[in-house]
Design a binder for this molecule. Structure first.
Ligand code: UTP
Length: 474
């Protein structure tokens, strides 16, 4: 066993050996003082018992619970009838009251590594504005600023970063004067990281003095909220409702008051937004019911038959996809954190660059490393009362995920333009569409000019014309 001086380091090194991970100390003799210190600090942050448990279970995802009978989940449909519209109006008022009363805090999870998009900076910096090319972060900041003004509320914004995104994210906000948000109400906090392991359960190294680590999933937000003191701060500030959204969805209706109202009127602990699947086999997690509880079932947990299953009216039984837009009661989060039972870990097998025993960099062509993450939607399994509210994809969901496939930045930009086009058309502006129903041209409306169609109707000048490009800023 290698020799170290401090007591804590000695204990940690013993843990490394006990866990059978001593290959991470292979280059110890070649390391200088700073490198040794760095490696010891990383080791100090690793829960070796957890890694051992996860490595033992490779190939058997611990979140998968075989034998569960999935039923249909109850969903509040997007309003169509006069009664449903009336119910929505009541919910809207209730939600607005809660926002005005300062009960709502906001959480953006922005700790992911954006591997599919292949960015060299945090995804929140992605230039999404169709004309201005303003970033996702700026777009959200403008939405929040407009809401703060509308409701005279603080709406503190908590942003979860990770070791992978933290310093760049903070620097981006600094460089841009926090996009007008008060610094005291824009709070960054970091999630934990976890090592990745190879097929034999051995941790991978990126350098002689560095273990490969990746963020522990968006489910890590719960622990990170607690460890950073954010949860305690929310309680001190009287925020008892947390609006959760991901950094990659520019269409999100931040702090949607009708959603908040439904959540409160229903006495829900967790609420989720849902959209109808575009196709029965769409690869999206769907809402289902298990023993009376609403859960999110991953598409891989459903057979093709289940995915295509229809009721008598021809509606898909598992037809509502999870948007990753949630409301949590702060008390619920505290309760989940206090229970012994933890969120299950999901395993993914990915190409993971690393060094071999001769310090040669290996760029694998095939997956070689297991990463472990917890998912925020697994909190539903702890909830006594969950509400699912349907919304329309075109109005609220355009995730920026990948350079290919359905969820590209180009698609998100098109959906933004189309949504703003619909708002303008409703205000009487002529907006020509092409054969596919897309706006012919490009439109951008700053949330500071209009947060929604109703506000646009108040602010748009009479005689406004659209001639292929229109940018409305305050
Ligand atoms: P995704 O699972 O889509 O991951 O995250 P990603 O990082 O954006 O992209 P890939 O999978 O590497 O290509 C959904 C949301 O959850 C956040 C992301 O930042 C994004 O907002 N997230 C994900 C975290 O905050 N932490 C994590 O550990 C994982």
């Amino acid at each position: 066993m290698i020799k170290v001086s401090g007591e804590r380091d000695q204990i940690n090194i013993a843990k490394v050996y006990k866990a059978g991970q001593d290959h991470i100390l292979r280059f110890w003799d070649e390391l200088d003082y700073d490198s040794r210190k760095k490696l010891l600090a990383q080791i100090d942050g690793i829960d070796f018992q957890l890694v051992t448990r996860l490595a033992k279970g490779l190939g058997s995802d611990e979140h998968k619970k075989p034998g569960r009978t999935l039923g249909r989940a109850a969903v509040v449909r997007a309003p169509q009838t006069p009664q449903e519209h009336q119910a929505r109006r009541v919910a809207l008022e209730e939600g607005e009251k809660a926002i005005r009363a300062g009960r709502v805090a906001l959480l953006t999870v922005a700790g992911g590594q954006s591997t599919r998009l292949g960015l060299d900076r945090p995804k929140g910096e992605f230039p999404i504005g169709p004309i201005t090319r303003k970033s996702l972060f700026q777009l959200f900041a403008e939405k929040i600023t407009a809401l703060r003004k509308r409701y005279g509320a603080q709406l503190p914004w908590y942003i979860m970063t990770s070791e992978a995104t933290d310093s760049a994210t903070r620097a981006f906000f600094e460089r841009n004067s926090y996009f007008g948000m008060p610094r005291s109400k824009t709070v960054f906090f970091k999630q934990r990281m976890l090592p990745a392991v190879d097929r034999r359960g051995k941790m991978l190294m990126t350098r002689k003095d560095e273990i490969f680590m990746s963020p522990d999933g968006h489910g890590g937000s719960l622990l990170a909220l607690q460890e950073s003191g954010a949860l305690a701060q929310m309680e001190e500030d009287g925020n008892d409702i947390l609006f959760y959204f991901q950094v990659d969805n520019p269409l999100v209706v931040v702090a949607d008051p009708a959603f908040i109202g439904h959540h409160l009127l229903e006495g829900a602990e967790v609420s989720c937004k849902a959209v109808r699947k575009t196709l029965p086999l769409e690869k999206v997690g769907v809402f289902a019911s298990v023993d009376g509880k609403t859960v999110v079932a991953e598409y891989s947990d459903l057979s093709e038959e289940q995915q295509e299953l229809q009721d008598e009216e021809g509606e898909l039984v598992f037809g509502f996809g999870n948007l990753a837009i949630h409301l949590f009661s702060v008390d619920f989060l505290k309760r989940v954190l206090a229970t012994e039972q933890k969120l299950p870990y999901h395993t993914s097998f990915k190409k993971t660059p690393h060094i071999d025993k001769n310090n040669h960099l290996v760029q694998p062509r095939k997956p070689n490393g297991y990463k472990f993450e917890t998912f925020v939607f697994n909190t539903l399994e702890f909830s006594e009362k969950t509400l699912v509210v349907e919304t329309l994809r075109a109005d609220e969901f355009a995730p920026v995920k990948s350079t290919t496939g359905a969820d590209t930045p180009e698609n998100a930009v098109r959906m933004l333009t189309n949504m703003w086009g619909r708002w303008l058309a409703a205000c009487g502006v002529h907006v020509p569409l092409d054969g596919k129903g897309d706006v012919q041209g490009v439109i951008e409306i700053s949330p500071l000019f209009a947060l929604d169609q109703a506000q646009l109707a108040e602010n748009v000048k009479a005689g406004t014309e659209f001639t292929g490009q229109l940018c409305l800023e305050p």
